[in-house]
Design a binder for this molecule. Structure first.
Ligand SMILES: C[S@@+](CC[C@H](N)C(=O)[O-])C[C@H]1O[C@@H](n2cnc3c(N)ncnc32)[C@H](O)[C@@H]1O
Ligand code: SF4
Length: 274
């Protein structure tokens, strides 16, 4: 008898726009080289899903900054018909745009600093933008009908910043706090590896929960908050990549995959301004 072919479980990351209102120094822009003001058309994206024609485990709405999309509520609603959907944002437009999104969609807010100077340095924006984002976090913190998660990129030269982030986030009720390993040219630097080690040591103080179905995530249960360490797809072993494929859909409906070398090349990274 022919062995049965097991379908891939796919997480599809959709860049609904390549526009953004921050200029983060190490942004990998989902490996997408064009940065502009292109907003994806809902029909184009839904067609791209139809072309994929494979079972889809989950959809992650990303960008660019997805809340800049003028019809993000309609786009997200269309995705919820296809698979469980979540959205990741830098938080700048949170209070004005998040309330329109389908309530079952969890929102992940990326946190780019615990202080105005740190935020400004990383995002290359005026320090006042930090206060704007923090204010929005305070407002949505009062909403109890939606799940909010936080993403923090583990940065080089920031040893022990993990403690600062944990304390900063205590003010807000994020259900999950995720530390993301870094993608990009600095990911093998000694400074980065030291900080990664410090983060892992911190997380290991908590009881590790059941292994997740998702090979990229290690979970650490700390009572009200679940901490997670998210390992990037370029670090998976080949056999894991085969079973757990990532797919991206770009704002013009292009489909690209983690098999595609260009996703991991540096061409998608923002060049820091000199
Ligand atoms: C490209 S952003 C797009 C969504 C939104 N603009 C934001 O910043 O959350 C999606 C996620 O990728 C993360 N990210 C960006 N550059 C990264 C890098 N070089 N390594 C690891 N994660 C990165 C961000 O922190 C964010 O959580
Ligand atoms: S990581 Fe920063 S620059 Fe990149 S898309 Fe998100 S907010 Fe914009």
């Amino acid at each position: 008898m022919e062995p049965q072919k097991v379908p891939l479980l796919k997480t599809v990351r959709v860049l609904v726009t390549d526009a953004c209102n921050l200029r983060c120094k190490r942004c990998f822009n989902e490996g997408y080289p064009n940065r502009g003001t292109y907003f994806a058309d809902k029909e184009t994206l839904v067609d791209a899903f139809a072309r994929l024609g494979e079972p889809i485990q989950s959809i992650k709405v990303t960008g660019g900054e997805p809340l800049m999309h003028p019809h993000i509520d309609e786009v997200v609603s269309a995705f919820t018909e296809i698979a469980p959907t979540s959205l990741t944002t830098n938080g700048l437009l949170l209070r004005h745009k998040a309330a329109d999104l389908a309530p079952e969609v969890p929102i992940t807010v990326s946190i780019y600093g615990t202080r105005a100077d740190e935020f400004a340095q990383y995002t290359q924006m005026p320090a006042s933008v930090f206060e704007k984002v923090t204010e929005q976090l305070r407002v949505v913190n009062e909403w109890d009908d939606r799940t909010f998660r936080a993403n923090i990129i583990i940065q080089p030269r920031k040893q022990w910043s993990v403690l600062r982030y944990v304390r900063f986030l205590e003010e807000f009720s994020f259900s999950t706090v995720r530390f993301l390993t870094l993608l990009g040219p600095e990911k093998d630097s000694v400074a980065y590896l030291k900080n990664l080690q410090a983060t892992v040591e911190f997380l290991e103080q908590y009881t590790e929960s059941e292994p997740s179905d998702d090979p990229s995530i290690r979970s650490f249960d700390a009572g009200n908050v679940e901490y997670q360490l998210v390992v990037q797809y370029d670090e998976f072993d080949a056999d894991v990549r085969d079973r757990f494929g990532f797919v991206w859909i770009g704002p013009r409906g292009e489909v690209y995959q983690n098999k595609d070398e260009s996703v991991f090349s540096t061409r998608g990274f923002t060049q820091p301004r000199s």
